[in-house]
Design a protein around this ligand. Structure first.
Ligand code: FMN
Length: 178
């Protein structure tokens, strides 16, 4: 069955499992138009300002940070368990000196609503447009979080991406659960 449009809340449990386990791939374009996937383990899918929203946290040291500032949109691609090595690769090397899509043999899929493409090999793809961004306030954290998550500083910028379109490959969704 071909990939089809779906509601953003469909497959929520599978998406949370992947995110908390091997991660999802946040893809944006760099200034030259090169698609750059970066693994995220932290993010939230829900409703903000009466809109479906992915809220993602990106440290300024990531190449992706500049891509998001440049492009203003991104896709969240949920890979199957079998691609956990791809998630590890995209979460440990940088688009500054790697073409991660080419090196991992991934296939991009043009989006319908934004410039950043999706990744064919991922059963669920969300097309998101940045509608707000804000930096976390270091002094406002519970100190346990500062110690655990920010030993070097490098505090996140939080991007709110309105979900404009969600697609799923029905045959691929069960592969999200190990
Ligand atoms: C499982 C996993 C989850 C990650 N989650 C995040 C995240 O939510 N935010 C972030 O800024 N970096 C996160 N990272 C680190 C980036 O993915 C990593 O630094 C990546 O190499 C950055 O790529 P880029 O320089 O091409 O943007 C994660 C890494 C892994 C392996």
């Amino acid at each position: 069955m071909p990939r089809q449009e779906t509601h953003f809340t469909d497959h929520y449990a599978e998406v949370c499992k992947a995110l908390g386990d091997w991660g999802a791939l946040l893809l944006s374009l760099d200034a030259n138009g090169k698609p750059n996937p970066m693994t995220i383990g932290w993010g939230s899918l829900g409703i903000v300002w009466s809109r479906p929203m992915w809220v993602v946290l990106v440290r300024p040291s990531r190449y992706t940070y500049g891509c998001l500032e440049e492009t203003g949109d991104f896709t969240v691609n949920v890979p199957p368990a079998a691609l956990d090595d791809v998630a590890m690769f995209c979460g440990t090397v940088s688009g500054r000196d790697h073409d991660k899509i080419a090196e991992k043999g991934l296939t991009v899929l043009p989006s319908e609503t934004i410039r950043s493409p999706g990744i064919v090999e991922c059963p669920i793809i969300y097309e998101c447009k940045v509608v707000q961004k804000t930096d976390v306030v270091p002094e406002a954290f519970d100190p346990r979080i500062t110690q655990q998550c920010y030993p070097q500083g490098d505090f996140h910028r939080v991007y709110f991406g309105e979900v404009l379109r969600t697609t799923a490959d029905p045959a691929g969704v069960p592969t999200l659960l190990r």
